[in-house]
Design a protein around this ligand. Sequence first.
Ligand code: SF4
Length: 695
Amino acid sequence: MFPKKNISKTTCNYCGLGCGVIIQKDNPGKITVTGDQDHPVNKGILCSKGVTLQSKVSDHSDRILYPEMRWNRNMPRQRVTWDTALNRAAAVFKTFISKYGPDSVGFYVSGQCLTEEYYLIDKLVKGFLGTNNIDSNTLICGESEFTANKLVFGMDSIPGSIEDLELADCFFITNANPFRSNPILFKRLERYKASNPEVKIIIADSRRTESCAIADIHLQLKPGTEIILFRAIGRFLIENNLIDKEFIEFRTEGFNEYKNKAMEKSLEEASAICDIPVIDIILAAEYIGKAKSFISMLPAGNNQNSTDLNKNLSLINLSLITGQIGKEGCGPFPLSDQPHIITGTEAGGLSDSLPGHRSIINQEHREEIAKYWGVPSISDKRGYTDTELFDNLLSGKLKAIWIINTNPLVSLPPARNIEVALKNSKFVIVQDISLKSETVPFADLILPAAGWLEKEGTITNPGRRISLAHKLTNAPGEAIPGISIISRFAEKMGFADPFKYENPSDIFLEYSRITKQTIFDVSNINFELLHQNRSMQWPFEPSGKSTKILYSDHIFNTASCKANFHSVAKGHLPYELNQNYPLLLTSGQTQDHWHSFSSTGKLVKVNLHTDKPLLEINKEDALNRGIKNGDVVEVFNEAGSVKVTAQYSLDIKKGVVFLPLQWGKVLIKDLDSISVPMHSQDDQMGVKTGFSVVQ
Ligand code: SF4
């Protein structure tokens, strides 16, 4: 529980970085939030979302205050008691499970959940309901990054630390504009570069964004050609002996195959495909090859398109050939935005995972967890992934879905399918804090959840740093913490005893013990230690000391203990533009806003930066089509069309247009095709696009 004093330290949970904040509460209960100078992540600075954190707890204008339910879809929802709400939820879930089997129900959860919530839901679903149909929205933001790390290093955690930012002498940022999407990390990088001008920053992006102000070279490549660029850089490094031969020979596997792939195209061919000068590819390669320590950034912009995994694997290959792993200032580094992006595999919560980086398909893992939870067995069938949950809702296989702290109608592609799927479902439960979520109107049952500072638990950032989030104030209305909702529902389902906990620290204790002797062993920490240390970075030494760098002995978690090169077959996206669809559409983050607006949309300060979506278009492309600055244009592709105001830009590559992702439902998502997810920050997914001027 939060200390009984007026000033306390906790963690911002807007985005995944987990900045340290100081909360001051004056007598009338007014809350002030400032950055914590002593926190290793943000060192006192906060982004514009962070500085408005107090409105998260003081402005209840959009909060869900009590449970609401409708008895059928022709009736309006009405306020009900928690007992009525959870009795109904249990009755519906019991009916479907007994009639159609456990796989007829599913849970779609979120990085906004605390670790203890994640763990508890996972335990209920996989251990007691008998299905693995649970998945998280973190899959949208980071799955391909984590999968790439797992394939290469044998574990889906980043090898380095956020502290490495000030230790590298070369950075390679692709498909991201951290100035907007990761402002605190960008600020740190900007300061570091200012005092160390010899540090090299390479940015590859089809837009010249604000981040390019600190770049030594901007590779304004054609969207979808990143893998060709990474291979061309690899080829130059190999041909010019700028590689770490000893590391490659003794600590990796698959180099020859990678080398063959890298040699397939000459630098000139790569230059033509990527539409960037050869000299720029060489310069970028020299920066990387001559760097003593090199960091490649893995952004969400690499993660959300049809070749996302291949892009990340190709990028990590550059760290492998240069031996830039296992020491300070090295390795792939996440530029993720979603909180708790890694907790799916740490605490369970994904369709194929079990707590402690265990896997559903591993019999030994299932048996260990079943024994620990005191259940006969855990299903060996992988559950539905995020999009599969809604596909199966659409087909009728899945009857009921419980959506927790996420707004799939905006954030999960394709929007039209999600809407039809929700309408097609038999029962939808939405557990959330905000009535503004576009998913709420589709709910048969709404459950009010406690939010930031209204519940206690832990958060893990992408740098493996576990922090405590404190309870400072009571939730408004009848909102309660997620762990209470799940425990009470479990009781209604007939599983009271396994879900009886005194407080969140007991859940953490149970969860941490389950990780003992796994690759993710956090069994020697507890809330008390976290209170003392503010935050801790796993893995921990027996003394509890944090580990900053993984693989410093160059022993990896793969079967061979070596890191794996992956020479992906797919080189670039086969965009075939034509007269009808002559341009490539990319998407990205708007300054300061958070995903679907349900959190940041109500903040006046943040809204001042932008109040409507604009289509960025190269001025020459616009003039060629008779589009004037400020014209409303119709943007269309094979999947749909939207009307939006055009804005000339000299900073976007000719042939490419850009739409912000926050207006997802009305903009980007309506242009999305089923096979190509397109919700990201600076996502270079490149949908073929056409135009007509509306007014
Ligand atoms: Fe909060 Fe993220 Fe901003 Fe830090 S960068 S203050 S964690 S929103």
